[in-house]
Each structure stands twice: as C-alpha cells, then as structure tokens.
Write a protein that binds this ligand. Sequence first.
Ligand code: KG4
Ligand code: ZN
Length: 344
Amino acid sequence: MPYILTSKNNYILGIESSCDDTAAAVINNGVILSNVVATQKIHEQYGGVVPELASRAHQQNIVPVVHEALRKANIDKNQLSAIAFTRGPGLMGSLLVGTSFSKSLSMGLGIPLLAVNHMQAHILAHFIKAEGQTAPKFPFLALTISGGHTQIVKVTDYFKMEIIGQTIDDAVGEAFDKSAKILGFPYPGGPLIDKYAQEGNPKRFKFPKPKVSPLDFSFSGLKTSVLYFVEKEVNDNPDFISENINDICASIQFTIVDYLMDKLKNAAKQTGIKEIAIGGGVSANSGIRKALKDAENKYGWITHIPKFEYCTDNAAMIAMVGELKYKRELFSENNITAKARIEF
Ligand code: KG4
Ligand code: ZN
C-alpha cells in the first residue's frame, strides 16, 4: 500500500531489542521527545547475555516501555507517522520480539514500517539534534565500538557506508567485559574498568598490542594476556587484584584506547578524512572520549562524540534512522523478517 506523506510534523516511534536492552523512543523533526530503556539485570549473575532470558524479558518489557515512551513524548499512538525497529544485527530471539511487535503495531495503526540496521543507527545517532552536538559532515570516518562490533566505517552519505576495517575475532566491548570478569567484576564490566581506571596509573603494567593489518583489530590475545598476568601475580600475592585494581584497570584501558587510536590514525591517513565520529557502547568510555578530544589539537581532526544516552543501546538512534528513511520513503514490506547477521 503506498503511503502519502501529508505532514512535515512527523512523530516516529523507534523500537530497539537487538540484545539485552528493551528500548523505545519518539522523534519529531530530529529532536528526541522521549528515550526509554529497560536494561535487563537478569544477565549479571551469568557473566554474559543469556539469549533465551533476553528474549523472554523483551516480551515482558516491550509494552510498558513503548507506553512510557509515548507518555513521556506526550503524544497518543494515533499521532504516530511510522514505526522504526531494529531488524538486525543481534540475537535472533531478541530481534524477533521487536520485529513482531513493530509489524503488528504498524499494521494496527495503518502506518509505515521502517527497518533499521543497528550498526548504521549507532553511526547515524550523530544526526540527533541535541545541545552541544554538531552533526558530522560527509565524508566522515565512524569508529563503531560495542559489545558485538568493532569497525571503522567510511560514511559518504546517510546510507552509503563502507566497512574499511574490523575485528578479526572479539569485539572491543568483549575485551573490556572479559578482562573485567577475570578481575571478578559482574557483567558487563566495561563501565567498572572505566571507573577504576580513572584513579590508576595507565603505564604501570604493559599488555601487548596484537599485530594485524593496519585497519583491522584483534582482541582475543588481550584477554589471554590479562588472564596469565593476573594468575601469575595472584599466585605470588593473593591480594594482588584488590591492592592494585586501579592500576590494573588503567593499564588495560590505556592499552585498548591506544590500540583503537592507532587504527583510527591509520584510517585517517589512508583516506585523508579528518572528520571522525565514534559510536556504540564503548564510546561511553572516558579514555576513548579524552583521546579523541586530544586528537583535535594533535592531528587537526574534527571529532564527534555522542551524548552518553546515545552511546549504549538505545531507541533514539533507531527513531533517528527511521526519520531519515521516512523522509526518503524507504518503507519496509510488512512481511519483512528479523536478521541476526546483516551488513550495511
Ligand atoms: O552498544 P552496546 O550497548 O551493546 C552492543 O550492541 O553490544 O555496547 C555494550 C558494550 C559492553 O561491552 C559494555 O561493557 C561496553 O559497551 N561499555 C563500556 C563502557 N560503557 C559501556 N566499555 C568501557 N567503558 C565504558 N564506560
Ligand atoms: Zn549496539
């Protein structure tokens, strides 16, 4: 059924359910009116996301989260112009909940459905209008760093993206979370490493940086070297971790951030692009945020760092992509299915 875009004043509902956060947001002309996230606590005790439990929690959360997003935006569902949802990549059982819900809602309301690529959304979150934020200019490089991805993407237009570098094994968020697990932190431990790192000496312990091709990443070796290092030290002193937690965290974080920056420098050199944006959960990390700010003076880069609430998984970024697609009439058919693996 063709849809006729009648009004310029569109309200688009975004729904995100790719991993362990159930989220909904409403956008109106680039401005986020509400951004609600229900983070699933159940996984903490298992040291990682349990897909079955995530899917079940999404089913419980999705209706109240959407209600709350509409209430906070102060609109009725009948005022919505379209429904945007995360189609992938992500956990299949989690994606299915958001996809089925969005399809039903768009059908029930008789409004268009807009399928969104989660990784594109982390990048396009930079176009949300917010105080103190400037949108990147094309072309720009996006470093997307999350629990599932580590990529350098060359962005030449809203929907023209090319992955020019990526991890060959673990994602950077996994490197943070697995190192944190070795130190005895609950899942996800990335933010805790960040917290302790702020009081520590980043040069105290040295961890090797893996050698792969200039724009690619490898993180699986880091967790192994953290494990061997901690095991050896604890063998000599059982209180080693608690006595040195700040320096251990600062040293791990320094190694990771320095490695990410090395790769970004290579990408900037190779492409000649100095407009740099970061996105994804790990872009909440204070070390990478500072390194990027410092790079403005050091290398003449123009950098874009998202607000905290648009770094980790959220539906505002899904609503943002929804709005961009809506204006271009890039609607999805109602028989569209979720997709666990999806490229740009
Ligand atoms: O984008 P995201 O919310 O979900 C995925 O799509 O994966 O990213 C979650 C990841 C987790 O690995 C978490 O530990 C990491 O982002 N993270 C951080 C910080 N905040 C979140 N890692 C390091 N420092 C932080 N401050
Ligand atoms: Zn994400």
